[in-house]
Design a protein. Structure first.
Length: 373
């Protein structure tokens, strides 16, 4: 297509340019603030350090990383020029200068990490490590950075060791449990993954927000726990022997648990698409299994409940509506309900075949009513 002035000023072109300018503007602003914060200016008075940290923490909580980095650097400048040994009082952060500097250095390193500036994040983390090398937050962030650059097994093993070290000093650290679960899951060590995901769930009862994560640990751990159960279920598909009663009981448990933990997560995060899509997949699997049971025991009523749950989760899931229509019409003999389901299918996907089913059922129901009269 030839290049024209019209195409240049199309709506899509303007939107693309706006996005590019926004990204460039954020980078320039962040660099400007960081340079301002780290420049050798006249040190602000020590008495202002607490205010700077408080403002920085507020911006960090809102994920305004540029403003947060500016105030963290101002606080660090004030603290470092005051002398490492001098004790200070800083609102909500610490009681000593070293503790305050540890907090600030860790937050700056986290900001760099979230901005994918891994080299700068590692360098700033080392400043925090010099203050307190075995602090759980230092080791936790080091583990994250090792994980993020974990292109080989050695780096991932080092990340695992860091997270284990965190739990040695802080066994109730939900984030460390969750991160260990992810590493074990990726290494197909499913039993270890399950153990740590469960502990992450238990240790985050209040669903505390983590700035670097898209959802609280209690939500993410349930999501990954369900996926780990699904991976374990897949292992039973390749058994070269008949299922024992123990096998059947374990399969049933894993299936039920994988649904249960996601339903729990959905209660707290009802708009999270990943949870909904995983639940729809699991409920489809359950419904299909119920329909495949022995002909004398096929659980069509239970299968209908599964399909009903699916359309509660996603009212546009046409496969569930269609399958309910088939069950009502072909197996339960309820033509009125089948017609209701097919009308819903046609509303979502107005296909001629579906319309034919609707018309056929309408004629059959009308004929039956006439014969009754």
């Amino acid at each position: 297509m030839p290049f024209t002035i019209k195409s240049l000023f199309s709506l899509r072109g303007w939107l693309f340019c706006a996005e590019v300018l926004a990204v460039i503007g954020f980078i320039v602003l962040a660099v400007f603030y960081i340079q301002r914060g780290s420049a050798e200016l006249e040190a602000p008075p020590l008495s202002e350090a607490g205010t700077f940290v408080e403002k920085a923490d507020a911006f960090f909580a809102e994920q305004d990383l540029a403003e947060a980095s500016l105030f963290y650097w101002r606080a660090l400048h004030a603290l470092e020029t005051a002398g490492k040994a001098q004790e200070v009082s800083i609102n909500r952060v610490s009681q000593t200068s070293n503790e305050a500097r540890l907090h600030v250095n860790l937050r700056i390193a986290e900001i760099y990490s979230q901005s994918n500036w891994l080299k700068d994040a590692k360098a700033r983390l080392e400043h925090a490590a010099r203050i307190q090398p075995d602090h759980p937050d230092v080791r936790l962030l080091r583990g994250k950075l090792l994980r993020d650059e974990g292109l080989d097994d050695e780096l991932l093993a080092q990340a695992t060791e860091e997270f284990l070290a965190v739990l040695k000093s802080d066994p109730s650290n939900a984030e460390a449990h969750y991160l260990l679960g992810v590493l074990y899951q990726g290494n197909k060590q499913y039993k270890q993954a399950v153990d740590h995901y469960k502990q992450a769930v238990d240790n985050d009862p209040e669903f505390r927000d983590i700035a670097s994560e898209k959802a609280p640990i209690g939500i993410l751990a349930r999501l990954q726990l369900s996926r780990t159960y699904s991976k374990m279920l897949q292992g039973y598909q390749f058994l070269d022997r008949e299922f024992t009663d123990e096998d059947l009981a374990e399969v049933s448990r894993l299936e039920s648990e994988s649904i249960l933990v996601l339903e729990q997560a959905l209660e707290k995060s009802p708009e999270m698409d990943e949870i909904i899509s995983d639940l729809v997949r699991l409920w489809f699997a359950r419904a299909s299994a119920l329909e495949r049971e022995d002909i004398e025991t096929r659980g069509y009523a239970n299968a209908l409940q599964a399909y009903e749950r699916i359309v509660e989760l996603d009212s546009q899931e046409v496969r569930a509506w269609e399958r309910m229509a088939e069950i009502y019409g072909s197996f339960l003999g309820d033509k009125a309900k089948a017609l209701e389901m097919y009308r819903k299918v046609y509303e979502i996907e107005p296909h001629p075949t579906v319309l034919a089913n609707v018309k056929s059922l309408e004629e059959e129901i009308a004929a039956e009513l006439e014969s009754e009269e």
